[in-house]
Structures are given as C-alpha cells and as structure tokens.
Design a protein. Sequence first.
Length: 330
Amino acid sequence: MGSIQANPASESFEAQAHLYKHIFSHINGAVLKCAVQLRIPDIIHSHGQPLTIPQLASKLEVHPTKTASIERLVRLLVHNGFLAETKVNEEEQEGRRKHILSLHLLSYLWFKEEEKTIVESAFGLGFWDLLERDHQYMKSFNEGMASDSQMMNMALRDCKSIFDKLETLVDVGGGTGTTCRIISERYPNLKCIVFDLPQVVESSSGSHNLTYVGGSMFESIPFADAVLLKWILHNWDDESSVKILNKCKEAISKKDEGGKVIIIDAVLKEKEDDNDMAQVKLLFDILMMSTLNGKERTEKEWNKLLVSAGFKHHKITPLFGFRSIIEAYP
Ligand code: SAH
C-alpha cells in the first residue's frame, strides 16, 4: 500500500480534508462562544497561573460526566491558539493556561447538564432515533455518507492486501452501501453484505455478490471472514464501541482463517499532523462529542479500546486524507 505522498489520489483527499475544514469551521466559533459563556478565560485569568483540566472543570461547575468534554473543548482552543498548554509536573500532567477573548451549535449550558448530546438536549432523543423520525433528514445524511464513501474508489485500489484473502465481508453500519458496492465490484469473488439499521437498507437492492441485511450491531452481526467498520466507532463512546467490537468478534472467522475487523477512522496525531489535518480531526471530535457522544481517538486510545475488546494485535496504516485503516485481529 502506498503512503499518502505516493498515492495519486492524495491530492483529492487533501482537497476533501480542506473542504471538511471549511464545512465545519462554524464549530470553531461555537467552541469559542461556549468557552466565553462558561467563563473559561475569566477563570484562568483570575487563577493567575496554569490550571489542570480537573481544576478547571471543578471551577466551571460542569456536570461531573462532562470533565472529559471540557478537555476536548480546551484541546481545540489550544490548537487554535486561544489557550496555551504547559506541562506542570514530571508526570506530564497537562495544564492549560490563558490568553483569550471570546460558538451556536454548542451551548455552554450543555456542559452543565447530564444529557449526553446536544441532540438529546434539543429533541429528547438520540441522533439515530431522530433520523428514523425525520426521513428527509435521514435521506440527506445517508447521501452525505455515500458521497464520502464514493472517494473510497480511489483509496481502495491500493488496498488489495487488505481484502485479498477474504471470501466474505460484512460492512457494519454500511449505510446505503456505496463503499461495499465499490469493494464488491473490485473483488468480484468476495461476497459482501451491507449491514445497517432496517430503515436504512430497506429499499436497497444488491447484485450477485452484494446483499443487504437490516438489524442492529448491538444485537447480532451476520457471519463473515471480516467486518468493515467505516466511520462507525467515532460515533460511539468507549463503552458502546467495546460492545460493537465484541459483536464483531463473534461474527468473524478465526485469525488463521483471515478473521479481522477493518476499521476506517481518524487517528489523532496532533504533533505530527500538519495544521489543516489536525484541525479537521479536532473539529470532527467536537462534532462527534456534541451530536453523538462519540470521539476521535489518539493511537493510544485506539490501542486501549481494542485491548479492552479483547483484540490481540492491530496494525494502523495511514491511508488517505485524515483517516487510517486499522486492522484488528482476534
Ligand atoms: N459506513 C458508512 C456510514 C457511516 S454513518 C460510511 O462510511 O459511509 C454511521 C452508520 O451507522 C449509519 O449508516 C447508521 O444508520 C448506522 N448505525 C447506527 N446505529 C446502528 C446500529 N445499531 N446497527 C447498525 N448500524 C447502525
């Protein structure tokens, strides 16, 4: 598989990341407004010296379940140059210090409440339930996902080694099937199943090596050599992600028979990524946190998650744009 530089598609993926950065740039404004309404700059200023995240969270009087969310809010503010980060002791505990001035989507009140997401606060139900209720919204969400998946065409031509030895593949949360259709056309001997919620797959029709199955990944996943999870785990917190990964483990073949879970998601690498890449990933992190109680993960967090779900070994390959392929073996 080629590196990003060697991949002729890399320019398109860079353009995609650039586009996402601008589409979600309103999150920067929302995060800033939120920080001011929570009085983060004032609190840091009056403290007169660096504060650790737990110290800051306790002064902010946020709901106890929201301390980690404050850390992620601050991470983006640091990236955007509104706050500075200093190491405060040998354990490398991180303190975040002032600078500042002064977001809509994300209200500061959310940090004070127990509701997991702003969607729950606003509508009293979770994001997927909201989509099920609002068919027009579900249609445009699915089209958005399909258009992102369309770019897989360019990336997957370099991924032969990932799919080569498989006889069956199930794309869990595969949406309307764009990625799986591309894979099924590229590997005509591979039997592919798109698995998603019944309302998402009900009107889709397959081909000789592509079928659609409706259900919930928290209950049972159709058997296959390997599972593909593209842009799924960043929608879920660690507890739900471990549940999903456990269900995947039950569905796949043994390792020596090619069994693996193929995850396509971002890996946060703030120190290594260029500014644009880091910005896109951090914007997605806030989007996932506020709408789905999900998160973007660092390499260390991916490792922890996969170990907790009982995977023995995994390999991360930066693939294209702001996402990587993580192959996890049972
Ligand atoms: N993998 C696709 C879609 C990602 S969006 C792509 O990259 O284009 C996340 C998907 O997870 C949506 O299609 C959503 O319908 C699906 N999903 C949400 N909850 C689910 C559940 N409990 N079981 C199966 N799929 C679910």
